[in-house]
Structures are given as structure tokens and as C-alpha cells.
Write a protein that binds this ligand. Structure first.
Ligand code: NDP
Ligand code: 2IT
Length: 444
């Protein structure tokens, strides 16, 4: 058995009932194989892959809080500190009822390579809780966030581990957690990113992930002699990533015709009205059923169906495993040019393979959604120097980072004889830097 196969088998055996974690590790290890095989003896002796796939640390804790009826509720919080070879742990917190160890480990593992791809000094981490913010009052959300931080604060810090948002965690939640951290430690420091602008947040962080997805998509199209302007785009999701991907795509002259939430999806053939979407999702925190009130000519459908609509660019921006093999077949049949992931691992492994084998450019989330964490790292820099940069400055740096990610991923794929395989390119380019740092730091 090769070293890669051996470690892959061990990961599956040692982490039972963690299908998302298996999926993420399989994709990475399979594609970094050519790099490992260049010096298999050394990497095996150094147990590089075992160290890469076992988190440095994982913290699991009880989060008790009191709801509006006076009832005590208990949730489970997790923080996985996966790899600190190139910088302090960095990665979001997800609050969603589906959160479990497998999901947080897959996200933390992906974050190692994503953060490396940004070119900035940040290691990989992720966390969250099985708490559902939907339908909760602001007071309940605050009570939960304060209790969550009352345990988490022991393990994080501006030079140690810097959490941020993800599904279910936006500016409101970050604010409550920052307040509690400050109260517990007495330190006013850049311990979280995605903060409000009045207390250390960075301009353009809210927009960064979605904008970054589109900056990378534009570079992909341009590098293949095409223009994003005039193209039709299908987006799924209607949260932070989806909203700003839609906004930037339309700003660059493309037309986005879909979005979705966990209940249903919208088809708006004239192009999604971003102002209406922001009002519904960011202000009212309501469901997409409301969208028709703003746009009578649009359609609302229950269930899933975004990928049936003909498009040139598909951007899944909701959650993991939301593009299946049947969707991939439909996208190919409809003549789709590219699928650029906004969410983390939204495409299943067989759907990815089908798209790649049928000539669709496929960009994995760890490359295309890295703009969020990249601007988080820029927020850390601003906090360290106690200065705030302008929107234009941050946005320009974001564009440069996304263009560089595209070319680094493209070059790495070519260097290893896998031209056009951006999954391999992203994993190889991300891993190279982490590998060098791990080797240099000895057994740790
Ligand atoms: P939000 O909570 O702002 O929005 C999530 C969106 O996805 C909502 O529309 C939500 O619908 C939908 N969704 C979530 N879970 C499911 C599900 N199980 N089934 C169907 N729809 C679902 O999260 P973000 O926009 O921040 O995150 C979206 C994706 O992007 C995630 O994969 C996240 O990990 C990734 N990401 C986020 C970054 C960031 O900076 N925020 C950075 C990089 C990646 P509903 O409201 O009905 O639940
Ligand atoms: O998946 C991700 O990269 C994020 N949720 C953002 C992480 C961050 O630290 O900004």
C-alpha cells in the first residue's frame, strides 16, 4: 500500500461516523499524491500526513443558556485547532442545528489549505455549535453567545486562535462574543474578525467572501479568453456569501437569476434585486417567500432546484454537499462553462469528477471563497497596527489576493502535470507551504 493510501485508510478507521471529514481528507490526499511520491520515504518517516490529518487540539464543551421562557437549554460547542504551522489558528464559527464533530473537522481541515493559499500567515481552525439562531430573540442569541464565549475564551487570543463568522454567525453574534471576551479577559484585542466597524472591524470584510468568489471567477474567464460581463449566473444560498457574490457579479455586468434558502429557491429572469434580498435577509431575517412581494415577475419554488436553470457560471454559496451528480449532469447538459464554489465543499466528489471530465472549469471553495478569511487576516493586521484602511485599499488587496490564488493554483496544477485540474492545483499549492513549515519546525 502506498503511504497516501495507508494514511487514508487509517483516517477512515480512526474517525468513524465522520463522512464529511472523510470526504475532505480523501479529496486532499488523493490530489497531493504526486508531491508526496517525490519524497515518500522522508514524509513517511516524518509522519507528515498523520500529523496533517490529526488536529493539534480539539475542544468540546457544554453551552448552557436560559431561553425567554426561563427554560435552561444546553448545546454543544466545538473548536478544532487543526494546524498552526504557518500562523495562529484562523477560521469561522458555525451555529446551525446540523453542526457536529465531522462537519467542524472537515471545515477546519479545509481551512489549513485555504489559509495557506491566501499567502497570509494564518493556520487552520474552525468551530461552532448545534445552536439554531433561527426564530430566537436577540436576548436569547446574546445569552447563547455569552455562554459560548465563557468557555471558548480560555483557548483563543489575538496571537493564538482568531475565530470569525460562518453559517449562522454574522455581525450580531460576533459583537456579543467580543463583548463577553473583553469582559472576561480585560483585553481589548483582535481576538475575533468580522467585527463591527465601530470596534475594530475592517471595511469590506462583510463583502469579502462573495466579492472574492466573483473576482476569481472573472480572472478564470479572462484567462480562458472569455468575459464575465453578459453571462448568466446561478447562485444558491441567500446569506452573507451569496448576497455579495450576486452584488459583485451584477456590478461586473453578469446577470444572476437564482438564489435559495433552506426552504426554497427563487428564479428571477430579470436578475436578482440585491437591495430587496438584503432587506429580506439582513434586515428582516425573513424567508425567501417574501421576495415575490418585491419582484412580482419572479418565481418562488419550494425545495431545491437552482441547478436546473441554464447558466454559464454556477456558484453554490449555501452549504456542504448541495450539488449532486444529477445536478452536475444538468449543468453540463445546459452548457455551463464553470462552477466556482462559494460555500465550503458544496459539490460531492462524484459531481466534481463529472464536471471536470465533461469540460466544466471547476474551482474548489478553498481557493474561491478564500477572500473572506484573507480580509479577516487584513483585519488582524489593522488591529495590530491600530489603524483602519479605506474600503478601496482593502478591496484592492482582496482583488490582488484572488488573482494570485487563481494563478498559483493554475501554476501548481501545471507543474504537477494536471493542467486545468484546479482541485489538485489548490491542494498542491496550499499544501507546499504548510509542508515546508512543518518540516522546518521539527516534530511538533
Ligand atoms: P449564512 O448563514 O449567512 O447563509 C447561509 C445560507 O445558506 C442561507 O441562505 C441558508 O438558508 C443556506 N443554508 C445553510 N444551511 C443550509 C442547509 N443545510 N440546506 C440548505 N440551505 C442552507 O452563511 P454564509 O453565507 O456565511 O455561509 C455560506 C457558505 O459559505 C458556508 O458553506 C460557509 O462555510 C461558506 N463560507 C463562508 C464565509 C464567510 O465569510 N461567511 C467564508 C468562506 C466560506 P437558511 O437561512 O434557510 O438556513
Ligand atoms: O470558511 C471560511 O473561510 C470562513 N467562514 C471565514 C473564516 C474567517 O476567519 O474569516
Amino acid at each position: 500500500m502506498s503511504y497516501v493510501d495507508d494514511v487514508l485508510a487509517k483516517v477512515i478507521e480512526n474517525n468513524p461516523s465522520e463522512p464529511e471529514f472523510h470526504q475532505a481528507v480523501t479529496e486532499v490526499l488523493e490530489t497531493i499524491r504526486p508531491l508526496i511520491e517525490e519524497n515518500e520515504e522522508l514524509y513517511k518517516k516524518e509522519a507528515i500526513l498523520e500529523r496533517l490529518t490529526v488536529p493539534e487540539r480539539m475542544i468540546k464543551f457544554r453551552v448552557p443558556w436560559v431561553d425567554d421562557k426561563g427554560q435552561v437549554q444546553v448545546n454543544t460547542g466545538i473548536r478544532v485547532q487543526f494546524n498552526s504551522a504557518i500562523g495562529p489558528y484562523k477560521g469561522g464559527l458555525r451555529f446551525h442545528p446540523s453542526v457536529n464533530q465531522s462537519i467542524i473537522k472537515f471545515l477546519g481541515f479545509e481551512q489549513i489549505f485555504k489559509n495557506s493559499l491566501t499567502g497570509l500567515p494564518i493556520g487552520g481552525g474552525k468551530g461552532g455549535a448545534d445552536f439554531d439562531p433561527k426564530g430566537k430573540s436577540d436576548r436569547e442569541v446574546m445569552a447563547f453567545c455569552q455562554s459560548f464565549m465563557t468557555e471558548l475564551y480560555k483557548h483563543i487570543g489575538a496571537d493564538r486562535d482568531v475565530p470569525a463568522g460562518d453559517i449562522g454567525v454574522g455581525a450580531r453574534e460576533i459583537g456579543y462574543m467580543f463583548g463577553q471576551y473583553k469582559r472576561l479577559t480585560g483585553n481589548y484585542e483582535g481576538v475575533l474578525t468580522g467585527k463591527g466597524l465601530s470596534y475594530g472591524g475592517s471595511l469590506a470584510r462583510t463583502e469579502a467572501t462573495g466579492y472574492g468568489v466573483i473576482y476569481l471567477s472573472a480572472e478564470l474567464f479572462q484567462s480562458h479568453g472569455m468575459e464575465l460581463a453578459g453571462k448568466t449566473v446561478c447562485v444558491s444560498g441567500s446569506g452573507n456569501v451569496a448576497i455579495y457574490a450576486i452584488e459583485k457579479a451584477q456590478e461586473l455586468g453578469a446577470k444572476v437569476v437564482t438564489c435559495s434558502d433552506s426552504n426554497g429557491w427563487v428564479y428571477d429572469p430579470e436578475g436578482i434585486d440585491v437591495a430587496a434580498l438584503k432587506e429580506i435577509k439582513e434586515v428582516q431575517r425573513a424567508r425567501l417567500t417574501e421576495y415575490k412581494k418585491y419582484r412580482p415577475n419572479s418565481e418562488y419554488h419550494e425545495g431545491r432546484g437552482v441547478w436546473q436553470i441554464k447558466c454559464d457560471l454556477a456558484c453554490p454559496c449555501a452549504t456542504q454537499n448541495e450539488v449532486f451528480i444529477e445536478d452536475a449532469k444538468q449543468l453540463v447538459a445546459n452548457g455551463c462553462t464553470a462552477l466556482v464554489e462559494g460555500a465550503n465543499m458544496p459539490t460531492t466528489l462524484d459531481a466534481t469528477k463529472y464536471l471536470q471530465e465533461n469540460g466544466v472549469f471547476f474551482v474548489p471553495g478553498k481557493a474561491s471563497n478564500a477572500g473572506g478569511v484573507a480580509v479577516s487576516a487584513l483585519e488582524m493586521s489593522q488591529n495590530s497596527e491600530r489603524l483602519s484602511w479605506t474600503f478601496e485599499d482593502v478591496d484592492e488587496r482582496l482583488q490582488t489576493i484572488m488573482v494570485n490564488i487563481y494563478h498559483n493554483m493554475d501554476d501548481a496544477a501545471k507543474r504537477y502535470g494536471k493542467e486545468g485540474d484546479y482541485v489538485a492545483g489548490a491542494n498542491l499549492a496550499g499544501f507546499e507551504k504548510v509542508l515546508n513549515a512543518m518540516l522546518a519546525q521539527g516534530v511538533c
